[in-house]
Design a protein around this ligand. Structure first.
Ligand code: LLP
Length: 437
């Protein structure tokens, strides 16, 4: 998010004064811009769905999912990629069109698969042979024919943090491309009257700024498609190339690219490969998460304790941290931030933004250049739309922040702030401990 929109002294986000948002809804506060999500979806529609025939796009909901988000994605005409019964349940409750749902995950349970089959969701992305056998059983029990893709492990890693690269051979995700294993799975699906294998899926990694891993993975899949056609007569109708498109978090990252940068080389490679191998062009599906929602979110905090260690550093502590944004601690992720109530003031000092958890690693931003800060200032951490709310925890029994959706100056609460009583909602004191005063 590069437009540091400033009005008077306060930081304005989608025509909303962020200091007023903090006063109205409290802090920490996730703020999500509907208009920014919409403009990303428009880019996908214009430069992918409308430009290339026989294509589909789904939003990877693991990045950020609420019922309101389901409604936005529905209105924008995209599909939804879910990875758990909980994500699927959210979509069901939001009345999301079931035929536009794709269900991923490397260890789906019987109950999760049964829920998906009951609701006739669009595609199940089967991750392993164990799942295939379980799904076939469920489909038979329900008297249905279920459309699936196989997630394969293309043996290609994305050039990104090792925890978010997924396509390399030694990975928990996907069916290995060993001839016997993949051919067994394909043959088993072809022989089943309850399974309709439509094609394949791969996902090479996340937060990628170049497309070389996708291209390598496509070449691997094209070989597979060719072999399966020749040896088993299997025709691949669909190919899902996953997500992974990167966004700019700080000046150290490349600028965020728009859809053609990623899509055009992907489509070109597939088209050429299919021509050369005499294969029909399959339907192409993409499923970005971070790229759609990452830059649409900011998190507002209030600064509390400010501690200067002379000649060492100044720590400015915020009223949240690791529980609402675990990414710096988990991946050494870097963020930029603005002192929202001093947005037009020049940087005068360097501070380190510390979270409030009892955890040394709970540092949100090292060495942030800011105007002279004081307790009570509002800090807006930028580009927190993806993998923040969805990865939030209650560590240190901190209640989770509220989420506000903003659009053209209007702000609506879409997730209420947790209260202390919510933290104890599901706790039970066993009888033998209940009489301890
Ligand atoms: N499709 C599949 C099968 C995936 O596994 C993922 C992400 C996506 C799509 C969406 O990837 P995206 O477009 O958002 O890069 N928690 C980590 C990211 C983990 C991503 C895992 N899979 C983070 O905070 O960076």
């Amino acid at each position: 998010m590069n437009s540091k929109n400033i009005n008077g002294t306060n930081f304005i986000f989608d025509n909303c004064d962020t200091v007023e948002l903090a006063q109205t809804f409290g802090t920490p506060l996730y703020v999500i811009s509907e208009d920014r999500i919409k403009s990303k979806c428009e880019d996908i529609r214009k430069n992918f769905l409308m430009k290339y025939p026989n294509t589909k796009a789904a939003y990877a909901s693991k990045a950020f999912l609420t019922m309101a988000m389901c409604k936005i994605i529905d209105r924008e005409g995209l599909g939804l990629d879910v990875v758990s019964g909980g994500e699927l349940y959210t979509a069901i409750k939001a009345n999301f069109p079931m035929e536009r749902i794709m269900f991923h995950g490397s260890n789906k349970s019987y109950e999760e698969l049964a829920l998906a089959v009951t609701h006739n969701i669009g595609r199940i992305i089967v991750d392993n042979v164990y799942e295939l056998e379980m799904l076939e059983r469920i489909a038979k029990e329900q008297g249905k024919k279920v459309a699936i893709l196989f997630r394969i492990t293309p043996g290609v890693g994305g050039n990104t943090h090792e925890y978010i690269t997924t396509g390399q051979k030694d990975s928990k995700f996907g069916i290995p491309l060993e001839k016997e294993i993949i051919e067994y799975a394909v043959r088993k699906s072809m022989d089943s009257s309850n399974i309709h294998l439509k094609g394949f899926h791969f996902h090479v990694g996340s937060q990628l700024f170049e497309i070389s891993s996708h291209i390598l993975a496509i070449q691997v899949v094209l070989d597979l498609m060719k072999n399966l056609k020749e040896e088993l007569g299997f025709i691949t109708e669909e190919l899902n190339t996953g997500g992974g498109f990167g966004i700019q978090y700080t000046d150290e990252d490349e600028a965020t690219k728009s859809v053609p940068f990623f899509i055009d080389p992907i489509m070109e490679t597939i088209k050429e490969g299919c021509n050369e191998a005499n294969l029909d062009m399959p339907m192409i599906i993409i499923e970005p998460g971070r790229w759609i929602v990452g830059e649409a979110g900011i998190t507002l905090y209030t600064l509390g304790a400010i501690k200067e260690i002379p000649n060492v550093r100044t720590y400015a502590s915020v009223d949240g941290g690791l529980p609402d944004n675990p990414r710096p601690a988990l991946y050494k992720a870097k963020y930029d931030a603005i002192v929202a109530n001093k947005a037009n003031q020049k940087a005068e000092e360097v501070v380190t933004i510390a979270g409030k958890c009892c955890e040394t690693g709970d540092i949100l931003i090292w060495d942030l250049k800011v105007p002279k800060v004081t307790s009570g200032d509002i800090l807006a951490v930028l580009n927190t739309g993806a993998y923040n709310y969805s990865m939030a925890s209650n560590y240190n029994k901190l209640p989770r922040p509220a989420v506000v959706l903003v659009s053209q100056g209007d702000a609506q609460l879409i997730v209420e702030r947790e209260k202390y009583e919510h933290l104890l909602d599901r706790e039970v004191i066993p009888e033998h401990l209940d009489n301890i005063q």
